[in-house]
Design a protein around this ligand. Structure first.
Ligand code: UD1
Length: 342
């Protein structure tokens, strides 16, 4: 019988791509999502890609009673991938308590239920934001974490600690925290992708919306950084590559191949690209001229970061495969699909 995996936040951006890869690998998936930042139609589009509609439960994981009730109704879950969280950096500065309640309480409730209902495995969505601006590049998993720049970033750091301490105290539980660098792009079918509500904060959705005519122009935040062209550098990773790493992490836990009961992996490509390089590569991949202008730095931004991928490559046997051009093209194909552009 297929093993059952619970994916919280499974209708969201990274969640939906991961559900597809799990189903393709033969797993049964049940999703919990409160649809606060995603759309129910994602379920149909997942089914169009894989031929299988995942089971779905709509509720908020901060409600412990509902979470317990879920586990009473669904037996046989072998592992959890916990994506469900609020993720807008700027918003987290304005409404910090919402971020702390939503992101921390949902993980705490999940871990309590895993103990109570004997679900031993969890993969947690963390972020390279926990490194802040590292003193040395590229960053390995041993690079020290720094104080977070935002409440959002702090929820990732505190949640890593909550997970680590809980797993230490419960040797029958095992978990992996995956620190994502900058996920971009969309599924090659263009049926699922990133769907930001309102004005996008992240670079690539802003670029694709500008190309689609929804935004007048892109603002490049800063050209006076200590980088070759002066714009800030990030490690942009294709969301399908990222999703595949989750399937490998799940297999690692289910087969007991983990080396300790709390492990951490960086998920990036190992390559850093500047904002201006992203703009130029997007123009090359799509043939569209982007309207952009250089403005001042964005508050809270770091100068440069990229991953050392050695540990993930060797220990997980996973490597990001897709190139930047095809990834940016996939983001554009998704934008065209949702806007009805031919
Ligand atoms: C942010 C978060 C990160 C989170 C990620 C995905 C921080 C410091 N970073 O990453 O934790 O996981 O979003 O949600 O908390 N840029 C422009 N113009 C724009 C938009 C962005 O020039 O209109 C630049 C930014 O200044 C930055 C780069 O593009 O240098 C990438 O920005 P963005 O996509 O927002 O990601 P991060 O800030 O790296």
């Amino acid at each position: 019988m297929a093993k059952k995996i619970l994916v919280t936040g499974g209708t969201g951006y990274i969640g939906s791509h991961t559900v597809v890869e799990l189903q393709m690998a033969g797993y049964d998936v049940v999703i919990i999502d409160n649809l606060s930042n995603s759309n129910i139609e994602v379920l149909d589009n997942i089914a169009k890609i894989t031929g299988i509609a995942p089971e779905f439960e709509k509720f908020d994981l901060t409600e412990l009673d509902k979470t317990i009730d879920f586990f009473k109704r669904y037996s046989g879950i072998e592992a959890v991938i916990h994506f469900a969280a609020s993720k807008a950096v700027g918003e987290s500065v304005e409404i910090p308590l919402h971020y702390y309640r939503n992101n921390l309480v949902s993980l705490i409730n999940m871990l309590e239920c895993m103990e109570k209902f004997d679900v031993p495995n969890i993969v947690f969505s963390s972020s390279c934001t926990v490194y802040g601006q590292p003193d040395k590049l590229p960053v390995t998993e041993q690079t020290p974490r720094k104080d977070a720049e935002s409440p959002y970033g702090n929820t990732k750091r505190v949640n890593e600690d909550i997970l680590n301490h809980t797993l230490n105290a419960n040797p029958h539980l095992r978990g992996i925290a995956l620190r994502y660098f900058n996920p971009i792009g969309a599924h090659e079918s263009a049926l699922i992708g990133e769907l930001p509500l309102g004005v996008p904060n992240n670079l690539v959705p802003f670029i694709t919306q500008t190309a689609a005519g929804l935004r007048d122009g892109l603002k490049v935040f800063g050209d006076d950084y200590n980088t070759p062209d002066g714009s800030a550098i990030r490690d942009y990773i294709n969301v399908v590559d990222l999703a595949k790493a989750h399937v490998i992490a799940i297999e690692r836990l289910l087969k007991g191949k983990n080396k300790s009961n709390y492990e951490v992996f960086n998920l990036g490509t190992g390559n850093g690209y500047s904002v201006l390089e992203i703009v130029k590569t997007f123009e090359k991949a799509t043939g569209i001229k982007l309207n952009y202008k250089i403005v001042g730095r964005r508050e809270g931004d770091i100068e440069k970061i990229w991953a050392d991928t050695t540990y993930a490559n060797e220990e997980l046997g996973w490597k990001a495969e897709k190139g930047l051009e095809e990834t940016l093209l996939s983001a554009w194909n998704w934008e065209k699909n949702i806007r009805g552009i031919k």
